[in-house]
Design a protein around this ligand. Structure first.
Ligand code: SF4
Ligand code: SF4
Length: 434
């Protein structure tokens, strides 16, 4: 496996912006599907009083985690919300009383064993805070008999442009991140930990090195700032040299990769018992006058976050949840904040002058091969595009379209402006459908 990665402009405008707590909104809408996996069922009804940290969404599905109220107040509606992908999701609407009364259920969990630790992580509603949203207890709960884990990688790469929420976590909650890693190592009997950070964050590397100087089993690794360095399979290879092959997870190679903010949250939950009810996110984009990092309660309307960052919502043409490479466009600014949103990027409509049109015009493939060199998975994006255009399922399978992680690197480097990454997503859906 050779990972060359691509050079992208980092645009980390908010790297120095200390996190600010966003004022509470009048109303939150909390989605019952916050992580990958099965959605939760609401446990409250209209008129119920709820408290911060109270469980309001329950699930018994193994690949899912419960949902908690992020505010104290009264349930005013149970409804549905239409998602950008066309699916719908149950949502609980709560009118805030601004008292932020803590639920009596919120207390530090009793943890003395691996099983109790995994149960606590599940009950906390924790999922990967780097954007993927995989339930953390599932990732940590690999069977040590089948997959003995010898290395925990704390992923602080944060390789997408603009986003600095993990960077701020490493500066503002460095000890919490390390303590969270130590808890994971202790309860899952993992002997070594590598904190992996891209070398465009020298202050975070330095801080982590200072705090772990006397920790024999924790090392800090400064990685090349190349996109997509933070992808699980890539960071696993960069840190350990182990190749995660098709159909495998890092655990198959003895590795668990955990986002730094997730580690910081685990530490906080073990100490306080407060579930995942708020998160830090970066707010940026050319429609935002004051790019910043904010900590907001889950369920906050996105328009409140934008307004806080001096963004006039009527000039927003494109709104991305997540980064510019892998983020998802949303059509509705009243859409609520979810646990996996590490950034909110708002852009104005481009001026479509001659220069812009020329620069963005899609032309025929010139067979330059740049997309192939850029692909971290060793795929042939140009061939995948052709196979999808011909709806050739057999060829798509042969070209391993299932391995595409939608990183967008191929589209980014293509001089012909071909929509390669988007086509791959459609192609994956097409193969599954067939
Ligand atoms: S989007 Fe898919 S095909 Fe394109 S570079 Fe990323 S992994 Fe490769
Ligand atoms: S980068 Fe674009 S132009 Fe070059 S081979 Fe790939 S699809 Fe064709």
């Amino acid at each position: 496996m050779i990972f060359s990665g691509i050079e992208i402009r980092h645009k980390k405008n908010t790297a120095g912006a200390e996190t600010i707590d966003l004022p509470l909104p009048e109303t939150v809408r909390i989605m019952m599907e916050q992580t990958m996996g099965a959605p939760c069922t609401p446990t409250v009804k209209v008129g119920d009083k709820v408290y911060v940290g109270q469980k309001i969404g329950r699930t018994n599905a193994p690949l899912s985690a419960p949902v908690h109220s992020s505010v104290s107040g009264e349930v005013t509606a149970l409804g549905e919300i239409l998602l950008a992908n066309g699916k719908s999701c149950d949502v609980v609407e709560i009118k805030c009383d601004f008292a932020q009364t803590k639920s009596p259920d919120v207390r530090p969990p009793v943890v003395n064993s691996r099983e109790q630790f995994l149960e606590a992580v599940r009950e906390s509603g924790c999922c990967g805070l780097g954007g993927a949203g995989f339930p953390t207890h599932v990732k940590l709960g690999v069977d040590p008999g089948k997959f003995p884990i010898d290395t925990l990688i704390l992923n602080g790469a944060e390789c997408e442009p603009y986003i600095t929420s993990d960077h701020r976590e490493m500066l503002e909650n460095a000890q919490g991140v390390i303590d969270g890693a130590k808890a994971v190592m202790k309860y899952l009997s993992i002997p070594e930990c590598i904190i992996a950070i891209e070398n465009n964050k020298p202050d975070a590397v330095e801080k982590m090195r200072q705090l772990t100087a006397t920790e024999e089993h924790i090392t800090v690794r400064a990685l090349k700032a190349k996109y997509p360095q933070g992808a699980e399979k890539i960071i696993c290879h960069s840190c350990t040299g182990r190749v995660v092959r098709e159909g495998e997870f890092p655990a198959h190679k003895g590795v668990i990769v955990l986002n730094v903010s997730t580690a910081g949250f685990i530490d906080s939950y073990l100490k306080t018992g407060m579930p995942l009810v708020k998160r830090r996110l970066t707010v940026d984009g050319n429609a935002v006058r004051t790019p910043c990092n904010v900590r907001a309660v889950i369920g906050t309307p996105l328009e409140n976050i934008l307004e806080f960052a001096d963004c006039k919502t009527d000039i927003v043409w494109k709104l991305l949840i997540g980064g510019p490479m892998m983020g998802i466009c949303t059509y509705d600014m009243s859409y609520p904040l979810i646990k996996t949103a590490n950034a909110l990027l708002a852009y104005t409509e481009p001026i479509r002058n001659k220069k812009y049109i020329e620069a963005n015009k899609q032309t025929n493939c010139i067979r330059c091969g740049r997309c192939i060199s850029a692909c971290p998975m060793g795929l042939y994006p140009t061939e995948l595009e052709k196979a999808y255009d011909k709806k050739n399922k057999g060829r798509l399978i042969k070209l391993k379209v299932n391995l595409c992680m939608n990183c967008g690197a191929c589209s980014y480097v293509c001089p012909a402006r071909r929509d390669l990454a988007a086509k791959n997503q459609l192609a994956k859906a097409f193969v599954l459908e067939k």
